[in-house]
Design a binder for this molecule. Structure first.
Ligand SMILES: O=C(CO)[C@@H](O)[C@H](O)COP(=O)(O)O
Ligand SMILES: [Fe+2]
Length: 233
């Protein structure tokens, strides 16, 4: 499913006092999706937003709202996030013992179902749920914070997942440390959705959002160039 590259800025790196304006700015400047990082201070060592924030953001986001749940357990909150307006709900494979049930519940709520894998989790952990997912999120940092360095060992995981998925129409999303330097590596390996927080919001602000557009273009162009490059022999 690498027909085109989608850029999903993570609002974890946006101005927390101006989320509505920040979402409108990134959409106007080329974002394909808006990525919302939900953290519970338990599954990951940081706290961010709940369903009320997703509901408040919904009128400001015209495109896909991609909600990354770094919470355990996730199941008790799926309905609230779906009702708040999430389009994609991604749960972590490590967050609970009943991953297949969580993915089924997400689809039954009318959302696309995503599964995220921490860097230490092998691709094979989701071998038996591939028909229950619309998106696989490969964490290229340990989840919890923006601005961390890309973990290069995950590129091989992306390649494996694309082979495992075969002709299933499933997105492979990369989350963490995506820059114009790392984007080509994961695009060439089969990723088609690139989440980027610090690399999108750096250099800009609510008052001067133009750098967001230049940053999104730079990541997209670097990734697309890798798709056009000839296969290594
Ligand atoms: O889920 C997470 C972090 O846990 C991400 O979505 C980050 O927000 C990505 O930030 P950058 O690494 O691009 O700065
Ligand atoms: Fe994320």
């Amino acid at each position: 499913m690498t027909d085109r590259i989608r850029i999903a800025p993570s609002i974890l790196s946006a101005d927390f006092a101006a989320f509505g304006a920040e979402c409108a700015a990134i959409e106007a400047l080329g974002a394909d999706w808006v990525h919302v990082d939900v953290m519970d201070g338990h599954f990951v060592p940081n706290l961010t937003f709940g369903p009320a924030m997703v509901k408040a953001l919904r009128p400001h986001v015209k495109t896909v709202m991609d909600v990354h749940l770094m919470i355990a357990p996730a199941d008790p909150y799926l309905e609230a996030f779906a009702e708040a307006g999430a389009d994609i709900l991604t749960v972590h494979a490590e967050a609970g013992p009943h991953l297949h049930r969580s993915l089924q519940a997400i689809r039954n709520l009318g959302c696309k179902a995503g599964v995220a894998l921490n860097p230490a989790t092998p691709a094979e952990a989701i071998d038996y749920v591939l028909d229950a997912v619309d998106l696989v999120c490969v964490m290229t940092v340990n989840p919890g914070f923006g601005g961390q360095s890309f973990i290069a060992s995950q590129v091989d995981k992306v390649r494996r997942l694309r082979a495992m998925l075969g002709d299933r129409p499933v997105h492979i999303e990369i989350d963490g440390g995506v820059t114009p330097e790392t984007a080509p590596l994961v695009a060439a390996a089969g990723a088609d959705v690139l989440v980027a927080g610090s690399a999108v919001f750096r250099g800009g602000s609510v008052a001067n959002p133009a750098p967001y557009g230049a940053n999104i273009r730079a990541i997209r162009q670097a990734a697309e160039a890798a798709l056009r490059a000839p296969e290594p022999v």
